[in-house]
Design a protein around this ligand. Sequence first.
Ligand SMILES: *Cc1c(COP(=O)(O)O)cnc(C)c1O
Length: 433
Amino acid sequence: MSDSSKATIERQAAAALANLQALAENDPAVYSALRGEEQRERDGIELIPSENYTFPEVLAVLGSVFTNKYSEGYPGRRYYGGQTYTDAIENLARDRAKALFGCDHANVQPLSGSAMNQAVYLGLLEPGDTIMAMDLSHGGHLTHGAPVSHMGQLFNFVRYITDPSDGSVDFDQVRADALRTKPKLMLCGYTSYPRDIDYAAFKAIADEVGAITMTDASHFGGLVAGKAMKNPFDFGFDIMTTTTHKSLRGPRGGMILCRKPFAKTIDKSVFPGLQGGPHMNAVAGIAVTLEKAQTAEFRDYAAQVLANAQALAQGLMAAGVKLVTGGTDNHMIVVDTMLSFGLDGRTAEEALDQVQITTNKQIIPDDPNPPLRPSGIRIGTPAATARGMKEPEMTQLAGWMIRCLQTPEDEAVLNAVKAEVETLCQSFPVPGI
Ligand SMILES: *Cc1c(COP(=O)(O)O)cnc(C)c1O
């Protein structure tokens, strides 16, 4: 690093310190919540599969002057002046996304995963059109047409289900339903499903009925980037969406990747169709993330996320814990807590919260219980792996979880496990904190 850039960084560090001091002085309530969250993330084990610790470089650009800038439009065609650096950042992000995922076009402006999916549906379809997607209790996301979501009200969603014993999809049934309902869009992807997708089978059916093929890789975009999971573009898929803050470890946001014939429609749908100004601090964070995601270190990370999920699943199953589909092929595990421990998911989540292991209650396929008191929990390894935890720690974690869930009322057990969790966390610092 040159002397002048060292001096610049020192000036910036002094500014960052002054900014924090101003926050602590002028808004102690927000400052103390910030410190509390930091401590929570440091002293507990994050097992929610959609969460992660972002890269320190991403934290640096998120709290930067890019948040000040309006950049409606796209690089070279903006509605405001002063775009030298925002154009550079967005071009970097788009080019890196195309190279990493091997696709023709990338839109990095969606403000979240939900907005990115809305932009695809609203841009490519007419209200009332049919979309085929995974059943919600079998793992589909809210944005895949939940009745409470606007998209569920605007489009006609037809469902496919999985066999909960092994996670398999009955493609004869999918084909028959597709031939009958003529979907315009066939959507794969999930928010709570521990297996991979048979892209070739979906693509063959979509081709037969003339449907657009889309994967919502929100959960596993980072694992595709890290070459640990299959890439839908290798199977001729038209569109892939992904959040940028889950397995990819970037800032909160969404990306739409697509083949060339869809590029113009997708861009118009994001802006001016759905959104105004993009969050350029997040776009800068996406650019940084994508540079990280093409390194050998990130490929090691992605492989370790899967290896850790295997170790955690084995540790649980060896003690007789029942997992939905009987295991995992990805970063995620769905535990049937009702069958395994006689506990609903909410009680299990709360017991684990007490020992600072964070999970989320989860409906399981055809769950007889309501979403706020479902029959399971969902866990995953991206965040723990980002701290450097490996298979031995996963085996330990499985043991601790079992002890808590077997005796969720026993304060002595909970306190003992909590102390062990805190000790382990001290050996695995959180990146960027
Ligand atoms: C997380 C997720 C989303 C939505 O992302 P948000 O940023 O929370 O809006 C969409 N689809 C799937 C499959 C997801 O898992």
